[in-house]
Design a binder for this molecule. Structure first.
Ligand code: C2E
Ligand code: CA
Ligand code: CA
Length: 568
């Protein structure tokens, strides 16, 4: 038995059709074919089933090949179309190709048919693969893969739209932020799988408490956001109570049944904020209070704001920390999955507070952003990385170092100026510095961000998109940005390699990136199996605990010089 191949033959001569079939059989195919020679028969055949390939004569008594081709193209069918003709001249052949035919084969040289069919089938499958990848990535742009709810990016988009409408129509708007009380326990006790099952059940239950025009989105982790247009505080409180009740009933996860309990924080437009970010921040403060109180819901009140002494205290301390050197830089290597060689390191900041211990960058970087400290902080990062580069260069370890940028860096032109100075003074060659940015950073002010990134890239600094897959993974945008690399977010990688859906997504991201000429890095690689799987999927490089944890400079130096997968 050969390879099944569904062939539509547009041909008036039965003999010629038989020759085509025989030729295909000779090449190891098992053609399931149909011969048509009128427009009507052609349309019927196209409607009836999908075809792998179409072979068409050019001139026939009741039909003509160009017509047949037009019928395929007007349906936007992606089927390779090959003319098989005895009379076609060079010129008509060129016309046919222009009209969308893939190839033409002369009847007196039918041996070429096999070659042509194979080539066209291959190109068509590459084309389909790419289309599928693009569709997956488009889908990712707007959905949270796990719960199928709108994601964070969509939520912000709706929030801005709702604010505009509320402003125009002088209507109220409320925002609810909701967090599960015992999610971490569920994950720790029953594992990721159960945690995922639980998260999937939240959306449908919440949805039943809402109106059609309301939005429920997953913000990440166990946090959800709900937007209620045209709703006052009373309505919002009522909805919050309904949601609490709906989520009170136990959740069934495979074998176990659990109660989780939730907390909800509420903020109102315009009372608590006229802008999206302010509203989210206020709802978050109310949420924090509710959590402290053990669950339930709370509407934002101004006491909540004064209630964050830790924040105030930290701001003062962060300023000092930057000045007095309580910050330190850790480095984590990236390795090439083909050669196992180190191709660079990522710089990850740490705040070693004398009393509070190590404060993670996820906490202090946003604080620096909100309190105007991002400038001095970035200055410190760049200086530190430069010094490190010089030290490593002298040891023969001149690796590229990648630096994470923050949103604020993309709002002001200081950064390109600072960087340009660094490069001109010769302390850091442009190709040894890399910047990592996330799409959400770009989305908040795309024009300005693109300008700044273009300037940086023009200096010769490679750019990568960090945490890819979690935000606005918009293909259209990526094409316009001057980026060279994509880092697949660790949420698709850590503990996920056995997950079919995630594998499909990772494969789609890799295919799509490669078709755009971008390199792909996977972060969060925690075991050998994951590393092997990524290599098989065609991922270019990897980063993660399995390869090496982020280490202080001195330890990184030893690792780089001693590691068997080092530079040598
Ligand atoms: P990121 O850019 O996504 O960095 C990767 C994070 O994943 C790091 O967390 C790293 O320690 C962690 N990680 C590395 N390998 C693994 C692994 O195998 N499994 C898991 N689960 N995690 C892994 P870290 O160092 O806490 O940094 C958190 C975030 O803070 C970074 O996320 C980055 O966005 C930001 N950040 C760090 N340093 C800076 C900085 O100097 N400036 C700015 N603006 N942001 C920074
Ligand atoms: Ca990063
Ligand atoms: Ca990342």
């Amino acid at each position: 038995m050969g390879i099944p191949l569904r062939v539509l033959i547009v041909e008036d001569s039965e003999n010629d059709a038989a020759l085509i079939v025989r030729e295909l059989q000779r090449g190891g195919y098992d053609p399931i074919f149909e011969r048509v020679d009128t427009p009507v028969a052609m349309v019927v055949a196209l409607n009836k089933q999908t075809w792998d390939i179409i072979c068409a004569d050019y001139t026939m008594p009741h039909f003509n090949g160009m017509d047949a081709l037009a019928r395929v193209r007007e349906r936007e069918l992606d089927v390779p179309f090959i003319f098989v003709s005895g009379t076609m001249g060079e010129e008509t052949a060129v016309e046919a190709m222009k009209a969308g035919a893939q190839d033409y084969v002369m009847k007196n040289n039918l041996k070429r048919l096999l070659y042509s069919v194979e080539r066209q089938l291959h190109t068509a499958s590459v084309r389909r693969e790419r289309k599928r990848a693009e569709e997956t990535v488009q889908y990712l742009a707007y959905h949270d893969v796990l719960t199928d709810l709108p994601n964070r990016a969509v939520f912000y988009d709706r929030l801005h739209q709702c604010i505009l409408t509320a402003y125009r129509e002088k209507k109220p708007l409320t925002l609810l932020l909701m967090d599960l009380n015992r999610f971490k326990e569920v994950n720790d006790t029953f594992g990721h799988q159960s945690g995922d099952l639980l998260l999937r059940q939240i959306g449908p239950r919440v949805r039943r408490c809402l109106r059609e025009s309301d939005t429920v989105a997953r913000m990440g982790g166990d946090e959800f956001a709900i937007l209620l247009p045209n709703t006052h505080v009373e309505g919002a409180s009522l909805t919050a109570r309904k949601i609490l009740k709906a989520l009170e009933a136990p959740f069934v996860l495979e074998e176990v049944t659990i109660d989780i309990g939730v907390s909800i924080g509420i903020a109102l437009y315009p009372d608590h904020g006229e802008e999206g970010d302010a509203l989210v921040q206020r709802a978050d403060m109310a949420l924090y209070e509710t959590k402290q109180a053990g669950g339930g819901y709370a509407v934002f009140a101004s006491e909540h704001e004064q209630n964050s002494p830790r924040r105030l205290m930290l701001t003062g301390k962060l300023r000092r920390a930057i000045e007095y050197g309580e910050l330190s830089m850790h480095y984590q290597p990236l390795v090439d999955l083909k050669t196992n060689r180190v191709i660079g390191v990522e710089a990850l900041s740490r705040w070693l507070h004398p009393e509070l211990g190590a404060i993670p960058p996820d906490q202090f970087v946003p604080l620096a952003e909100q309190t105007g400290l991002i400038q001095p902080f970035t200055q410190w990062v760049l200086k530190t990385v430069c010094r490190q580069h010089e030290e490593w260069r002298d040891l023969g370890l001149a690796l590229p170092i990648s630096v994470n940028l923050s949103q604020k860096n993309l709002h002001e032109t200081q950064l390109p100026d600072q960087v340009s100075e660094l490069i001109q003074t010769g302390s850091m060659p442009a190709d040894k510095l890399e910047f990592e940015i996330t799409e959400s950073m770009i989305m908040s002010n795309p024009m300005r961000a693109t300008q700044i990134l273009t300037r940086l890239n023009a200096m010769g600094i490679p750019l990568s998109i960090d945490d890819f897959g979690t935000g606005y993974s918009s293909l259209g945008h990526l094409k316009k940005l001057p980026v060279q690399k994509i880092k697949i977010d660790k949420s698709f990688i850590v503990d996920r390699i056995e997950d079919k859906d995630d594998n499909v997504i990772v494969q789609a991201i890799i295919n799509m990136s490669h078709s755009l000429g971008l390199e792909v890095v996977a972060e969060g690689v925690e075991d050998q199996l994951t590393k092997d799987r990524l290599a098989t999927l065609g991922c270019d490089s990897a980063q993660g605990y399995h390869i090496c944890h982020p280490l202080p400079a001195a330890e990184m130096t030893s690792w780089l010089t001693e590691s068997p997968s080092g530079l040598h």
